[in-house]
Design a protein around this ligand. Sequence first.
Ligand code: ZN
Length: 259
Amino acid sequence: MRNSHSRPGAAIPAALAVAAGLLLGACSTDGVLSLRPEANVGDSGSAAPARGLQRLVPSDPMMVGFPRWNPPAEPTATMPAAEVACRRNLKRLDVKFRNLAPIDDGGACRVDWPVEVSAINGVEMKPAATLSCAMAETFSRWTRSELQPAARWRYLSGVKTIHQGSSYSCRNIRGSGRPSQHSLGNALDVMRIELKNGRDIDVRKPGWFAFRERGFLNSVRSDGCGHFNTVLGPGYDADHADHFHFDIMPRKNGAVACR
Ligand SMILES: [Zn+2]
């Protein structure tokens, strides 16, 4: 009750704003349109506008585990050639995926032509990952040319499941005002890799005695640098102590951040 006398003052501008909104709506037919939240439409402008329900999905980083409602893409939308070519590559790489409707959560948070990946070359993706097609393709190439051979070589076993912790997610890089590559569907966090022989390889830094785990994780991580533009993992900072973060953010001069 300490600040009870400051409340009426604060309430007046809010009430005025509501009244102004109502007036706008009342005196012009397109008033309803002007009340839509302003989203950064960028330069491409090729995507169909997102349907209302998508805006209701929480995009708070604390809600990463909240199941996102992923509507399939409209069959009528005309897909750019690069996106068509990317999907052809996904099929060639034996990726199980479906096209999703455009994602636009406002600001930098948008993926014009997202895909939902549920398996790569026989390896399940759990839960299914929402990614840009370019990221899905890069991750699939890494899975096939680095992850699967490394598991066969070190454990004489195939990879059953990739357990991911975050794919598309509307958020900033922690401690900065810059949007994370997760906001563009260009990043994927890997928490755990489950092998067909029942072994679970947790990305959390294994103990000094776990030679094989450490060797396996170090090799898939360093080989990732040849595919992704950013690879972060345990030992980099506290935020990445329990997962690998892979993304395809382009950098000047083709530089790669591998830590
Ligand atoms: Zn990440």
